[in-house]
Design a protein around this ligand. Structure first.
Ligand SMILES: C[S@@+](CC[C@H](N)C(=O)[O-])C[C@H]1O[C@@H](n2cnc3c(N)ncnc32)[C@H](O)[C@@H]1O
Length: 209
C-alpha cells in the first residue's frame, strides 16, 4: 500500500504537539497560551494529546492486522490517524459531529469531510459488530460507555484512552475493576502533559487466555 514506508507526519497539529512538548516553559504567559491551545485542540481535533510515538506503540501492541471498532469517535481524528497507520477502523458515535476527519490515501493527508459515521450508542455498536473486530477502542468516553460493552464484547484487545484511577472522569471505578476479570493490562502509555493539568493515559488490555 502507498502508506508503507511513508514517514511524513500527516497533519500539522502532530508537529505542534512535538514542538510544545519539547519546549515547555514555566512562565505564566506561556502556560496560559498552552492552556488555550490545549482547549482548542480538544474541541477541534480530539481529547488526547496524541503523538506518533503513542500511535506506533498502540499499533505494535495490537498488531498491524488488527481490526478496530471505535466507540464515541467524536471528530474521528483518532480513526483518521490509525487509518494512516494502516489499521482498519470502524468509527461510531451516538452523535453526528460537524467536523469529521479522514485519512486520504492519495495525498497521505488527514482531511475534513461531512460525517459518515455510524451513528450508534456504544452498547448497540458492541452488539451490532460483535465478533467482527479484534479490538474495541475508546478515547475520552463518558462513564458507562465502555463498561456497558463489557458483558457483550469478545474482542482480543481493548484500548482505553483517557483518565485512569484515581481520576474517574472517563470511566467509573467499577469499569476499571470489572475489566480486569476478563482482560490483563499489557501496556500503559502516559500521554504528554502539555498544560500541567492533563492526566491522559492509554491503557492496552488483552483478553485472558
Ligand atoms: C469527550 S468526547 C470524546 C470524543 C473523541 N473520542 C475524542 O477523544 O476527542 C465523548 C464522545 O462520546 C460520544 N458519546 C456520548 N455518549 C455516547 C454513547 N452512549 N455511545 C456512543 N457515543 C457516545 C459523544 O458524542 C462524544 O463524541
Amino acid at each position: 500500500m502507498a502508506r508503507r514506508g511513508f514517514s511524513k507526519i500527516p497533519c500539522n497539529f502532530l508537529n505542534e504537539v512535538e514542538a510544545i512538548v519539547q519546549k515547555q516553559s514555566e512562565s505564566t504567559k506561556a502556560a496560559f497560551k498552552v492552556f488555550e491551545w490545549r482547549s482548542m485542540y480538544a474541541i477541534t481535533y480530539m481529547h488526547p494529546v496524541m503523538t506518533m510515538k503513542v500511535l506506533e506503540r498502540i499499533k505494535s501492541n495490537i498488531g498491524e492486522n488488527c481490526s478496530v471498532l471505535e466507540v464515541g469517535s467524536g471528530t474521528c481524528m483518532l480513526y483518521a490517524l490509525l487509518t494512516y497507520m494502516g489499521l482498519r477502523v470502524r468509527p461510531t458515535d451516538i452523535a453526528r459531529h460537524e467536523t469529521m476527519y479522514y485519512y486520504d490515501e492519495l495525498t497521505h493527508r488527514i482531511k475534513v469531510r461531512d460525517s459518515n459515521i455510524d451513528e450508534i450508542d456504544s452498547f448497540e455498536a458492541a452488539v451490532k459488530y460483535k465478533g467482527d473486530y479484534d479490538c474495541l477502542l475508546c478515547s475520552w468516553p463518558f462513564p458507562g460507555m465502555i463498561r456497558n460493552c463489557l458483558p457483550v464484547i469478545t474482542c482480543k484487545y481493548v484500548v482505553f484512552i483517557g483518565e485512569v484511577p484515581p481520576h474517574y472522569i472517563c470511566e467509573s471505578r467499577e469499569f476499571f475493576e470489572e475489566i480486569l476479570q476478563t482482560y490483563d493490562i499489557v501496556d500503559t502509555i502516559k500521554l504528554p502533559n502539555i498544560n500541567w493539568i492533563d492526566k491522559g493515559v492509554c491503557v492496552i488490555y488483552k483478553r485472558k487466555e
